[in-house]
Design a protein around this ligand. Structure first.
Ligand SMILES: [Zn+2]
Length: 98
């Protein structure tokens, strides 16, 4: 699980030198969709500015089952992490050309 999640982070940061998602110190994996007491809904994943990436493993894996359907939770959440890494105050800030 660690290798596959890490590989997804590498996939989306590939080509950005010195971008390692240092802002994100916590990755939480749930077996399946999880209930958020904040939104009152079930989630497949989320990324928050406090530094956590949260993923439902079943949805994570299903994103790789059809590479042509345009749905991939892992890439989706890592894209959120990439965007936040670029805008929150951290040592990797502001690497995307505006
Ligand atoms: Zn999203």
């Amino acid at each position: 699980m660690r290798i596959i999640v890490s590989a997804t982070a590498v996939e989306i940061t590939y080509g950005y030198p010195n971008v390692y998602f240092n802002h994100f110190e916590t990755i939480i994996l749930f077996a399946d969709d999880y209930y958020s007491t904040i939104t009152g809904q079930y989630h497949e994943g989320e990324v928050n500015a406090a530094g956590a990436i949260v993923l439902a493993w079943r949805s994570f894996l299903s994103g790789f089952s059809d590479l042509a359907d345009g749905r991939n939770l892992a890439i989706h959440e890592m894209a959120h992490a990439l965007r936040l890494t670029n805008i929150v105050d951290n040592e990797e800030y502001d690497f995307i050309d505006r």
